[in-house]
Design a protein around this ligand. Sequence first.
Ligand code: SF4
Ligand code: SF4
Ligand code: SF4
Ligand code: FES
Length: 523
Amino acid sequence: MLVIDGKKVPYEEGKTILEIARDNDIHIPTLCAHERLPSFGACRLCLVKVHGTKGFMNSCTTPAKPGMIITTHNLEIKKLRRAIFELILSEHPSSCMMCSQAEHCDKFNSGIMKAGVITGCNTCPNKEICEVRAIADELNFKSIRFPLFYKELPLERNDPFFDRDYNLCIHCGRCVRVCQDIEGEGILVFTKRGHDTKIGTSFEKPHIETNCAFCGACIDVCPTGALSARGQKWYEDPDERVSTTCMLCDKGCHFEVDVKWGRIVALRPDPNYKTVKTGICVKGRFCLPTMLNDTERLRFPRIRKNFKLYPTNWDEAAIRVREILESYPPSKIAIYLSSFLIDEAEYLFSKFADQLEIHNIFRKPEDLKKIKKNGIKILYTTEGLPELKKYKDSLESIIFQEVFPAEGFELADVVLPAAAFTEENGTFTTTQGPMPIEKVVKAPGLALEDWKIIAKISQELDLSGFKYIEAIEIQQEMERVNFKLERPEIDEYYLKYRGTPIAEKVPDFDLLLKYRKDREKPW
Ligand code: SF4
Ligand code: SF4
Ligand code: SF4
Ligand code: FES
């Protein structure tokens, strides 16, 4: 047992005073401590009085001991915290926190975060979640007794994804620790000493010239607006925040996605999934919004008439698919299943193929060689394939179900626009097991979830058992029949989403790949 603020709390070996206090709902203000990071003891805001010892101790670095009697709040501690906080703010823009009109300011200045170097809370991309502002409120900060020092550091924008304004940095060291101790990259260090201390890379190289993985973990732990995601920092209050799983590879990282005006505007690791290492990669963290908001997404079904593709509706498209599939025996038909289909779509395609007795199921580009070998005449593909051109003379018809007009689109007889994984509900089995896929935004135009498309076509073909309303019904059926997925793995370093190279849609990613072209693993 130990006593904190007069309350008896259980002792746990290996825990700090701060951890035990938090376990017992006793609040101690902190800035440099972070639940995912080893303690550092930089800011000293968490100081407490341990009775029987001299002075004050950092609760975040002091191991708890049985029998300790601790005071976390009294007038003396409050004064000390105020003084420490004022010192921190003497080197951090603080005018907005002291302004007598601060409470009226937000309603007039809600959209001016596009400032270059940040001079106050109202231009800071972090203002909604700022931990410094929270401490200012807690300590009732209204004035500062120390001379103010503005560092006049230039905004750093010399890499594709970050804006770094070290005028806001409070030297808490969280970014250094997360990069070194959690992500295992060690890109960030304290450069220079004393008054000139600054965070940066070794030799102040641009991040793109280091091994920075652009995972964004440093941004996520920064308590200030010093580090921000360039393309995602302009949006204040999202209309909605939805959690889902990334499907750009098999790791199954969980994201919390911000939605505004029906579009994905920002995302970050989902705080409800506490893994030690976020492990999120640059594709998921920084490329997803640009990629999926792309204006060239397929929006309408199309059918070929007189050598040209014309937009149409789903009924006409389904009739055309039926006519094509009925024009050859099943042995002459092949289905190419993309690894990016959710489990429910994969299952429905397999049920569809079983009922039609289609046995040519392709899963890798090499499988296309069977087109000539098996005399395939009709290919129903769910992914754009550069190799398709080679086989166009052997094929009579191509049914093309995709998110983008990827390679092979121009050869299609019917185009079926599919929803991306942020536009559907379902499950995606990753290396961690089945993960929930949540609909974050509506699919563009008439695009439909892959499972709805194949269900519609199955109904047009009079196949039985394809009337579903929600993906959950398919999931339940998959469990009943004990369906086994055969999807090949998607490597973390795979550079496409379905048939479209990510770099083609995200110029910043293209830049990263070109810059690091000699590396086997570019991030
Ligand atoms: S993005 Fe990731 S790897 Fe790069 S500096 Fe930040 S934490 Fe380190
Ligand atoms: S950049 Fe942010 S996380 Fe890093 S030391 Fe400065 S304030 Fe802390
Ligand atoms: S692509 Fe893979 S590693 Fe990258 S964020 Fe998505 S799931 Fe995570
Ligand atoms: S939170 Fe303990 S020293 Fe910063």
